[in-house]
Structures are given as C-alpha cells and as structure tokens.
Design a protein around this ligand. Structure first.
Ligand code: NAD
Length: 469
C-alpha cells in the first residue's frame, strides 16, 4: 500500500492556471502540493507555447522589419540566419523563466511533485507509481494537448505539432501548415521570415475563423506577400511519406497542385482538453462531450472540493484566462466571495501585424441579432502609424447604441496586442465611448486610434473626414 500524505490543496498541472493557483494558495497560508510531469513549473505556455513562440516571432519581426526598411531608405544585407542562435535565444528565455518560477515555488514552500497525478477517489490523488496525497481541496489545471485528426496522423518526425515546430531543428525549404488559426499563422509567419516557403491550408473560408473579417484583411494582405500560398476552403485529406518528402493530398477548388511535396508539415488544427488518464471517473468528476471538465461560475466541478481551471475547463484556451480562473478557485477555497465574472477575455494573434480583440465582436453581435453601433478608425489617419510606415492598421469599437458603453474592441496593426489592455480596462470599468473619447491620450501614439475611434461615434475624430451634413 502506497504512503498517504495529507495536504490541504493539490494542484494538478503547473501551467499558468496551476502555478498561479498554487502560489496564491501558498501566499494565503495553505499547504500546497503541485504536480507536474515536467521538472519545472511553467506548463505548455512557458515550455512549448506562448513564450518560446514569442521568442521566435521576435526574430521573425526583426527580419521582416529590416527588409521593409527599404521603404524608408534603409537597405540592409539579407540576414544570415543561424538557427542554433535563434534556438539559443528561445532556450535561454524558457530556462530563465522556468528557473525563476521554480525558485518562486520553493520560496513559497510548495511541495512540487515531478510526476503525473491521478485520482484514486474524490479525496485522493496518486503520483504515478508513488505516494498518495489526501487533499482537502484539489484544482485540476492540466491544460490541453494538440489535436491530431486520424487523416493527419502520419508517423514521421517531419510531421510536427506546435511543440515540434518550436524545436527549430532546421528551416525547412518547403513547409506545409495545416490550419490557419493562432498557431498556424504565428508559426507560419515565423518560418516564412526565417526563409521557408510556407503554404497555409485552412478548412474554412477565412483565416482566423471567429475573428471579425475586417480585422483579418490587413493581416491577410501582408501574409500573402510573405507566405508562398494560402489556400482557403481546402482540406488536407492525406499525408504520405515519399522519398522526396511528405506528400499532401489537398482537396479544394482553388488548389492547382493537388499533391504537393513538403519537407515538413505543421499540424495546427486546434487543441483538446487534457482530461484523459486523470482518473476523473474514479473521482466522479463530470465532463462534457468534448472532454472539458464541467465547472460552475466558481470553477467548482460536479464533485465537492474539486475545482478545474484553464484549458481543461473550457474555451477559450488562453493562458491569461487560466491564471484568472486559478485565482478565483483559490479565493473560493479560502471562503472568499469570488466568482468568475470577467466581462471580456482578450485574444491576441502575435503575427505582424498583430490582431487583438476583446469583448463583443461584430460577428458575435450579428449571430445574436443584437443591435450595436460600430465605429472604426483607420490607421491611415494616424501620424504615429505613418512614422512607423505601418498605416494598414484599424481600430474599431463596438458600442451599445443606447448606453454608449464599450462592449467590444478589435485592433489590427503593429503592437495591437499591447493596445488591447486599454480596451479591456474600458470594458471592465463599464466605460462609455464618451469616456474613452474624453480621456487624453499621449501624442503621437498608436493608442490615440482608440480615442479617435470613440470620437468618431460623435463625428468628432479630428483625423477623419467629417460626417456628411
Ligand atoms: P485554432 O482553433 O486557433 O485554429 C485551428 C484552425 O485549423 C482553424 O482555423 C480550423 O478551421 C482549421 N482546421 C481544422 N481542421 C483542419 C483541417 N483538417 N485542415 C485545414 N484546416 C483545419 O487552433 P490552433 O491554431 O491549433 O491553436 C490552438 C489553441 O491554442 C487556440 O485555440 C488558442 O486558444 C491557443 N493559442 C493561443 C495563442 C495566442 O494566444 N496567441 C497562440 C497559439 C495558440
């Protein structure tokens, strides 16, 4: 019989949901046991996701910025790309960040268990082949894993998911990216900048399904220049190993070459919750038909004392949502009156230009048949965008027609991901478009486009044509 250790809180998974929850719980005085199969905390986001991908995207942006500088009279020699050096930057960032997290974990006297935990019953978790932990409360924060449909399940080291793509083993001359979503576009852009000929194949009729189309247009136009091909409404029906490389069978009206050959393939067609093999059935925790753990607004599952946060607990699968939920779950456990009542979740696609949005989108408003007012400010009217030679951007506000409250914001343009924070604050603080319009914004900055979009609701945007009288 395995040893049984008593602990107050078990957290399964040390990603942005799990480690944030564990740290807060420890700060509140709880005895915490944090499980993760990786040696150090950080989860997918820090080890093989958000953070390393941003390190590569930084390199990609430097390359494309240097190339584009020719527009403003600066010509650089083509870059010499040392992929080991780029990988070295990525590895250093990941090592530093996860090392810092491990230290923060230790300083909080959290018991970090390097191994998978599995429920034995509704009060006990077992470390694979090791001790049992009897908990007062448990938070499941096991995240998600890449989805791989059977048709794309070719056994080859050249068929990669996002983790494989971030290994940066080489710069493949021909790369196929299956899926025109977050990962497909970020990594497709990065590899194209590094020198690959990239083909992106997307099943639906547009890139970034779900995102408003007017925000995608400037990104599409730029990607069209940097990528080799973008196929929409196209399916990758089959992948096969051939002596020349991986042969893909493409099914789509626009496709000219139906069986192109690639050196590598990145499959980025979504992720699924990591809820299998956790013994959730033994604990009695209910899941939905997609494998997400069912939770209420306090992130409680169907079993008392067991909570779930982050990707495993539902869409959107974003690190910041996981962190937010992790803190809510801990506050609920601590007896505080906490509830998940975020009015919006920001989404950022870190391509160049970046696309960012939060709150109500136009697409969603249409789907709900909800009346809204939409105001837009083109970056062609922004002095700052002109100085940066990046006038393709667009900032738009979705406003409630009666209260004039800001319900949603969408931005496409250089640095949109940083700008969306102001929009989030406006939505959380229930600001009206007038509040935003009357807030002084520093000049010359791109953030002025948020103010001018709000001003345009009243026909007062200085750098826009006046409304017709
Ligand atoms: P995604 O859902 O963003 O995109 C998947 C895309 O693949 C969709 O456009 C879908 O229509 C398409 N698709 C599905 N099956 C296909 C097929 N057989 N052939 C061609 N296209 C197909 O998923 P992802 O890009 O894999 O990313 C997974 C999740 O990771 C995202 O939902 C996101 O939450 C998260 N993520 C976030 C960021 C970020 O915040 N910047 C970055 C990367 C990943």
């Amino acid at each position: 019989m395995a040893d049984v250790i008593d602990t107050q809180l078990v957290v399964l998974g040390a990603g942005p949901g799990g480690y944030a929850a564990a740290f807060l719980a420890a700060d509140k005085g709880m005895k915490v046991t944090l499980f993760d199969a990786r040696e150090r905390p950080g989860g997918t986001c820090l080890h093989v996701g958000c953070i390393p991908s941003k390190a590569v995207l930084h390199a990609a942006k430097l390359i494309t910025d240097a190339r584009d500088a020719a527009h403003i009279g600066l010509t650089f020699a083509p870059p010499k790309i040392d992929i080991n050096g780029v990988r070295g930057h990525l590895t250093k960032v990941v090592d530093t960040l996860t090392g810092n997290l491990a230290r923060l974990c230790k300083a909080r006297k959290i018991d970090y268990v390097n191994g998978r935990g599995r429920f034995v019953d509704g009060r006990t978790v077992e470390r694979e082949g090791g001790a049992r932990y009897r908990f007062e409360n448990c938070i499941v924060a096991t995240g998600s894993v890449p989805a791989r449909p059977p048709s794309l399940n070719l056994d080859s080291p050249r068929v990669m998911d996002s983790t494989g793509a971030l290994k940066l083993e080489d710069v493949p001359p021909r790369l196929l990216v299956v899926g025109g979503g977050y990962i497909g576009l970020e990594m497709g852009y990065a590899y194209a900048a590094l020198g690959s000929k990239v083909t992106v194949v997307e099943l639906t009729d547009g890139l970034l399904p779900g995102c408003d189309r007017d925000l995608v247009v400037p990104l599409y136009k730029r990607l069209e220049k940097i990528l080799d091909k973008i196929y929409l409404k196209t399916k990758v029906a089959k992948l096969e190993n051939t002596p020349k490389g991986i042969q893909a069978t493409l099914e789509g009206e626009e496709v000219t070459d139906k069986q192109p050959i690639f050196d590598r393939v990145l499959v980025a067609v979504g992720r699924r919750p990591s809820s299998r093999d956790l013994g959730l059935d033994k604990a009695g925790v209910e899941m939905d038909d997609k494998g997400f753990i069912k939770v209420d607004e306090r992130r409680r599952t169907s079993v008392e004392r067991i909570y779930a946060v982050g990707d495993v607990a539902g869409e959107p699968m974003l690190a910041h949502k996981a962190t937010y939920e992790g803190k809510i779950a801990v506050e609920v456990i601590a007896g505080e009156p906490a509830v998940y009542d975020a009015r919006a979740v920001p989404a950022v696609v870190f391509t160049d230009p970046e696309v960012a949005w939060c709150g109500l989108t136009e697409t969603e408003a249409k789907r709900q048949n909800r009346e809204i007012k939409r105001v837009r400010f083109s970056w062609a009217g922004s002095g700052r965008a002109m100085t940066l030679d990046r006038t393709e951007g667009l900032t738009k506000l979705i406003v409630d027609p009666e209260s004039e409250r800001v319900l949603g914001v969408g931005i496409v343009g250089a640095g949109a991901g940083e700008m969306i924070a102001e929009a989030m604050l406006a939505i959380e603080m229930a600001a009206s478009a007038r509040d935003v319009a009357m807030t002084m914004h520093a000049h010359p900055t791109l953030s002025e486009t948020v103010m001018e979009a709000a001003e345009s609701l009243y026909g007062l945007a200085v750098h826009q044509m006046p409304p017709k009288k």
